[in-house]
Design a protein around this ligand. Structure first.
Ligand SMILES: [Zn+2]
Length: 472
């Protein structure tokens, strides 16, 4: 019976957010509990023996604290060493994990995994398409395969693909090799929504490449724009079944990379965008409801702080009625509301404490409408502000329901996201994106990059690039 170790550390790190991520921010699944994952069920059904290690994940946030990472890495590697001999390792990774003092997390982790298991076992990893992949990762990972949808609706499918390719490689005695070409293009994820052109056509090529003789998998990674790292850019990765097909894999990777580069100016937002003021104006001019506005500069799902109250300030100064703001993290304000009690009128400062680079606390007068396990609802002049005591991502209706709030009851719903999640797409009469300030600012040249390799589009525009491959 094949013995396959399973585990991973998955984090999307935003290096602009100065608040670093600690152990307490991670959810760690250990041992037998790992067997409950869908990918485990797939492996078990395929008749392999799973050696569970740990799978740790956290919400996107600032880079990971050194000690926290080392603790998790040691635990994962400890599990591998205890297992002694394995035939393969199946890893769940992100690709944009940054660690204090170390930098690229995935390269470090997979290097340690390789050292623990030795040269022979095949290492297969699934990635988020927002990963910034370093050539170092490919030195130790044999099979790499990434999501093909943004917003992501193929997470389980991708993990299962990594597992399936691993099993097939072991059973057919393949020696998979991955190659990578990196077009010098770094785009915010919101510009590359995979069911909108030109991404749609680009991504539709992957299935064809996968079907070629000698090719196991192909991936287009957009990269993570808010990680200032030397590897921040798009990455095209193609995995060949053995070194005989490496040239072919490289040829296909070059072809995709050339397409990506050629189309760089064609990527566009799928929704109307504008300044905070402009998006409020747009929303007010529409009669259908609810209109969702993304406060995209403070997008928690890409690692921003999630506590900027600038949008609230604008809604209040324009005297907008019937709006709800989905989530401002502020434990101090929540406590103040709790102490005051439901029905009390309060005057408090909200937000701008975590991200005091792009924002500031905003004074709000309002009434405490409700206290919930997660926070408080403060109503100010027709604007309902949902304050949370813990950092959370508003990705589904459930986040609103936990406050007893139905977004359909409002004219305007402000969320701290970039593109809308599938749940919100279903109920939004229209979606608009505000190009607001924050650690996930969409306008990249307003951010201070120091480590990215230049030239890099769109920070640099006047340069030529060709993939490093020979003509075929
Ligand atoms: Zn992603």
């Amino acid at each position: 019976m094949l013995r396959i170790a399973l585990g991973g550390i998955s984090h999307e790190s935003n290096t602009f957010n100065p608040i670093h991520t600690g152990l307490e921010d991670f959810e760690i699944i250990r041992g037998e509990n790992l067997l409950k994952l869908k990918v485990s069920k797939f492996l078990l059904d395929a008749g392999v023996d799973i050696i569970p290690t740990i799978y740790a994940r956290a919400l996107p946030s600032g880079m990971i604290k050194y000690d926290a990472y080392i603790r998790m890495r040691d635990e994962l590697i400890g599990g591998l060493r205890e297992a002694r001999k394995v035939d393969g390792v199946c890893l769940i990774l992100h690709g944009a994990m940054e660690i204090e003092k170390i930098g690229d997390g995935e390269s470090d982790l997979v290097e340690a995994v390789r050292e623990a298991v030795g040269e022979d076992p095949i290492i297969s990893a699934s990635l988020d398409l927002h990963g910034n992949i370093s050539p170092r990762l490919l030195e130790n990972a044999d099979i790499l395969t990434a999501y093909r949808t943004a917003p992501h609706i193929d997470i389980e499918e991708t993990r299962i693909r990594a597992a399936r390719l691993l099993i097939e490689s072991l059973r057919n005695k393949l020696k998979p090799r991955s190659v990578m070409v990196k077009p010098p293009v770094l785009l915010p994820g919101e510009l590359v929504v995979t069911d909108v052109e030109p991404a749609l056509s680009l991504y539709s090529q992957l299935r064809k490449i996968d079907g070629m003789e000698g090719i196991l998998s192909s991936s287009i990674l957009v990269g993570m724009a808010w990680a200032d790292s030397p590897d921040a850019s798009a990455s095209i990765i193609v995995t060949a079944s053995n070194d005989r097909y490496e040239d072919k894999a490289l040829y296909e990777a070059c072809r995709l990379a050339e397409d990506y580069w050629r189309l760089r100016e064609e990527f566009h937002y799928e929704v109307d965008v504008g300044s905070i003021e402009e998006t409020i104006e747009m929303a007010e001019s529409l009669s259908e409801t609810p209109i969702f506005i993304s406060d995209s500069g403070d997008n928690v799902t890409a690692g921003a702080a999630g506590d900027l109250a600038i949008f609230v300030e604008h809604l209040l100064s324009r005297r907008v009625k019937g709006a709800v703001v989905g989530g401002i993290i502020d434990p101090i304000a929540v406590k103040y509301c709790r102490d005051a009690g439901v029905g009390s009128n309060v005057r408090i400062e909200i937000g701008g404490r975590l991200d005091n680079v792009n924002g500031y606390p905003v004074e709000v007068r309002g009434k405490v409408m409700k206290l919930t396990e997660r926070g408080a609802i403060l109503r100010s002049n027709g604007v309902d502000i949902l304050l949370t005591s813990r950092r959370m991502a508003w990705m589904s209706l459930e986040s609103f329901e936990a406050f007893g709030v139905n977004p359909r009851d409002y004219r305007i719903v402000v969320v701290k996201l970039g593109y809308l999640t599938p749940d919100f797409r279903r109920i939004a009469a229209k979606s608009i994106m505000a190009l607001s300030p924050g650690f996930t600012n969409q306008i990249l040249n307003q951010l201070e990059y120091r480590k990215v390799k230049r030239p890099l589009y769109p920070l640099d525009k006047e340069f030529l690039w060709k993939p490093p491959c020979r003509e075929s």
